[in-house]
Ligand binder design. Structure first.
Ligand code: 26V
Length: 825
């Protein structure tokens, strides 16, 4: 096939000037010529679109240059495959990374438009559920910042994660509509469209040379159309592409049906195709198990692989060099079907021998595991895979046969070990285990914190680890300090710059320089002043949205994340109830005023999580309105938690709640965001808290609770929580008041089962960790009372956050997994 020649040296226009005048002129030009509005009648959304386009143009120059350079230099490319990219707003991020915030602000001011208003008008792209999706977004920004040629591949959901509203304290889910006003960041690439097949059958065909090949003949086809968004790194280091796939029908309308009067039927195929990319699955802890979800996974995996292989062939003309030029990272098992799809492309479409293809495949893929929760591990019924992807099912069987033979012959595995490593789960209906598939098809399998990686070796993947002992490695998560410090907390960034100089902006480890100022009363005062201003801003938001008045003098005690039993929002709210009881029992004591702030979404089908939201709201209503509390304790649940809300809450937090049952939170990344912004953590020895404890030092974090080993022992012994409850009068009283309806007089039994579960089995160790938690909270109070000590601890948290930059994480992936160079600081 003739290759399209690549022209490396075509002339480019001069990069756009970034003076206030030039930007102002372009915003006006975009408003008139691209948005089609006269400035006199332009609405805020029109100004937003025009401004984004002016900013975008300044990113485009670098985008072109980045892609040209990759073609020119033949550098290896990294492909990050993720069903979720929780990127949030892009305009402030892009402006900040290319140094445009001030000129754009001034240009807009001259046009009588407020930049802050426009920033808040941009919809929050919520194409993810939580930690896993936000990590993918931080990674994209870091890959650009450390100059790695990279692509994010995902799905362009028309509706991102649902909007959460409260109805009498209950969560209700409403559709999210981020594309309602159009999306000026994206470029539709109709020329990059691929056919995606489903169903049908497999046919052996004999080639002219006598070789028999398998050919998949799907009976259902649709198109994957690419939409590209530029992702610019810090100081415009590089611009990478986020390529999101949208499903479209091959024939938009069946004309004969339409003409014969069947108007609905004529559009049915179109609706069926588009359904695949219409909405993000809103569950992040139980495998969805539905056919549409599997279709989403294959749809985006197949489109991405076709695109990757096409690009590789176009540049290198041969697939043997795939692992040298291509690294594909699987973000959890959601894209794991890619392994079978690549094998199909190599063997069936390109005639490679099986063994050679398998070597290329393993050399190309890496797999990141993000959870060990059994209910979240994906597996698909064999019958479903056989129907939807018959050729892939054959390939999976073949891979499995090879792996099991190796396990028996080389490693002398027993039957139970064979059952553990098998790609097919035979217990309770045959299912394909996507974790096992991802593992055997990859050269690297990584966990996301030191503890989680150890647990991977000991639990889910113990036998695969014995079979392939050099594959599992750790890559502790990180966050981008651009969004999570510089952009969300400009006042703190300025203070740090004034104190230690601006070099930390380019080398985050230099924040260490703040350590020397931790005890300095003047600096402490300035640090506290910044925190205070951020708290005032959050207090205003709480007043505006909930009509609750909170004092910025109180400690802001924050737990924001998905609502899940293992994250133990329940432990936090029970402690609030216990504190409420104590404040009323001992009004004479010197109580530290606290505001307990919660935010987070529950999966729509997760009853207990939704009930916990209702409980928080019920408790809030009672406590906030009880005059006996005298404002010493307030409870606030902020609805519709998303990236943008986090950007306001995190800089305003004093105390960061990271209190999951030990062994259950793979890493956590919110913990790192709070640390960067000078909050003190109260947490268990779980996930990346363990590394935070190491980095910040035991004196600067408040750790409590059972360790992973202790949790395992208690579960193994079947030890009942009753003795813990009996031994703790304050816990007992709090549980009894909740359970008997003190906070739910309209429905006194509402929480009976929820609390009953704590007496019964208490899988998440809420009762057994309660006393340790309450004691740790008392210690937090004591520290708060000693302002100098609190401030010194807070400063040291910011000073020592450098390790948790996603630039560090990405450099480690680049070096250990992908084999690509990354720019040094
Ligand atoms: C699983 C499923 C199952 C099928 C339905 C949709 C869906 C969506 C997401 C997931 C995986 C959830 C795993 C996850 O988000 N893990 C989180 O990953 C973070 C980044 O590594 C980490 O910080 C959190 O501790 C971990 O819970």
């Amino acid at each position: 096939m003739p290759q399209t020649p690549i022209v490396y040296d075509a002339p480019t226009p001069e990069p756009r000037a970034s003076t206030v005048e030039a930007i102002q002129a372009e915003i006006l030009e975009r408003l008139i010529y691209s948005v089609g509005k006269d400035p006199i009648v332009a609405r805020p959304h029109d100004w937003l679109a025009a401004t984004i386009m002016a900013v975008r143009d300044r990113v485009m120059d670098r985008w072109m240059e980045s892609s040209r350079e990759t073609w020119r230099t033949s550098h290896k490319r990294v492909y990050y495959l993720s069903l979720e990219f929780l990127i949030g707003r892009l305009m402030r991020d892009a402006m900040s990374n290319v140094g445009l915030i001030e000129p754009v602000r001034d240009a807009l001011k001259n046009l009588n438009v407020d930049l802050g208003d426009l920033i808040n008008l941009e919809p929050d792209a919520a194409l993810g559920n939580g930690g896993l999706g936000r990590l993918a977004a931080c990674f994209l920004e870091s890959m650009s910042s450390v100059k790695i040629p990279a692509y994010g591949y995902g799905i362009r959901y028309v509706h991102g994660l649902f909007r959460q509203e409260m109805s009498e304290g209950w969560q209700v889910e409403l559709p999210e509509d981020w594309l309602a006003h159009g999306n000026p960041w994206e470029f539709e690439r109709r020329e990059s469209a691929y056919e995606i097949g489903f169903g049908g059958h497999v046919e052996p065909v004999t080639d002219p040379d006598g070789e028999v090949r398998q050919e998949w003949r799907p009976n259902d086809h649709l198109l994957a159309v690419a939409y590209d968004t530029p992702i610019v790194g810090w100081r415009g280091a590089r611009v990478n592409t986020l390529r999101l796939w949208s499903a479209q029908p091959i024939d938009p309308i069946l004309l004969d049906k339409f003409n014969s009067g069947d108007h609905i039927g004529a559009l049915a195929e179109s609706a069926r195709a588009e359904a695949i990319t219409r909405v993000l699955y809103p569950a992040d802890s139980t495998a969805a198990g539905q056919e549409l979800r599997l279709r989403q996974e294959f749809f985006f995996s197949s489109a991405s692989l076709q695109d990757i292989v096409r690009r590789h062939l176009q540049q290198y003309g041969d697939l043997g060099s795939l692992p040298d030029k291509v690294a594909i990272q699987l973000n959890d098992t959601h894209p794991a079907i890619s392994i079978a799809e690549l094998m199909r492309i190599l063997v069936d479409d390109n005639g490679l021998k099986w063994a050679e293809a398998w070597k290329l495949c393993k050399g190309t893929f890496g797999y990141t595991n993000h959870t060990l929760l059994p209910e979240a591990l994906e597996s698909w019924p064999v019958a479903l895979l056989e129907r939807l992807l018959p050729r892939h099912m054959q390939i999976i069987y073949q891979i499995n046969a090879d792996v099991l033979a190796e396990a028996r012959q080389r490693a002398k595995f027993t039957d139970s070990q064979i059952a553990n490593v098998s790609l097919i789960d035979e217990a309770g209906g045959r299912r394909v285990r996507m974790g096992q598939l991802a593992f055997v098809g990859s050269h690297s399998i990584n966990g996301v914190s030191a503890l989680h990686t150890e647990l991977m070796k000991q639990t889910v993947f113990s036998d695969l680890h014995k079979l392939y002992p050099d594959r599992i490695n750790n890559k502790t998560n990180g966050i981008t300090p651009r969004r999570w410090l510089m952009q969300c907390n400009p006042d703190l960034t300025k203070l740090i710059t004034d104190t230690i100089g601006p070099e930390f902006l380019d080398d985050i480890e230099l924040l260490r320089g703040l350590d020397a100022h931790a005890e300095d009363p003047t600096f402490q005062g300035q640090f506290a002043q910044v925190k205070r201003a951020n708290k005032e801003k959050l207090a205003r938001l709480i007043k505006d949205r909930l009509n609750i008045v909170v004092s910025p003098d109180a400690m802001f005690d924050v737990q924001i994340k998905r609502i899940h039993e293992y994250k133990r929002q329940l432990l936090n709210i029970i402690q609030a109830v216990a504190l409420y009881d104590e404040i009323r029992a001992h009004p004479e004591r010197d109580w530290v005023p606290r505001v307990k702030i919660f935010a987070g979404k529950a999966a729509p089908g997760y009853w207990n999580a939704k009930l916990i939201i209702k409980l928080i709201n019920d408790v809030a209503k009672v406590i906030n309105n009880d005059p006996a509390v005298r404002g010493l304790l307030k409870v606030v649940f902020l609805p519709n938690y998303n990236v943008s809300l986090a950007e306001v809450i995190v800089p305003a937090a004093d105390l960061s709640e990271q209190i999951s049952t030990a062994g259950m939170e793979a890493s956590g990344t919110g913990n790192m965001k709070f640390m960067a912004n000078g909050a003190i953590t109260i947490g268990t020895m779980d996930g990346a808290n363990v590394e935070m404890h190491k980095e910040v030092g035991a004196d600067n974090i408040v750790i409590f609770g059972l360790t992973t080993e202790e949790v395992n022992e208690k579960r193994a012994q079947g030890e009942t929580p009753r003795s813990a409850i009996e031994a703790s009068p304050r816990l007992k009283e709090a549980l009894e008041s909740i359970s008997s309806g003190v906070f739910s007089p309209d429905d006194p039994d509402r929480y009976r089962d929820l609390i009953g579960g704590l007496y019964d089995h208490d899988w998440f160790m809420v009762a057994r960790d309660f006393d340790a938690y309450a004691t740790a909270q008392a210690e937090v109070d004591a520290i708060w009372t000693d302002k100098a000590r609190w401030n010194a601890m807070a400063i040291r948290n910011t000073a020592r956050v450098g390790f948790f930059s996603s630039d560090r994480t990405i450099r480690q992936y680049a070096q250990d997994i992908w084999g690509v160079p990354a720019a040094a600081e």
